[in-house]
Design a protein around this ligand. Sequence first.
Ligand SMILES: [Zn+2]
Length: 104
Amino acid sequence: MSHLVKVYTADNVLEVGLMRSLLELNGIASELRNHHTSSLLGEVPYTSTWPELWIDQKSLSRAQDLISEAQNRDVSGEDWSCPSCQAQIPSNFDLCWKCGSTAS
Ligand SMILES: [Zn+2]
């Protein structure tokens, strides 16, 4: 029986989605909670409904490593567009949250 734990939360769905993609690309399945598809990007989020990322407890330490690594990257750079699908990627991510391509 797996036990889910909350590994990450942020005030915007995009950021949580990026972390989710990052974990998935590293083989860690996650569950998104408090995700409201009706709220548009750029809208002021309700703090009581921040999206949360939940994962299996056995993957927790690895997931935390991946997340802190992503957060500790140099964020002074510009956002970049994915060469494959043209999605806008925050500078502290080096792979596309949409298709998994890396920055070229
Ligand atoms: Zn892409």
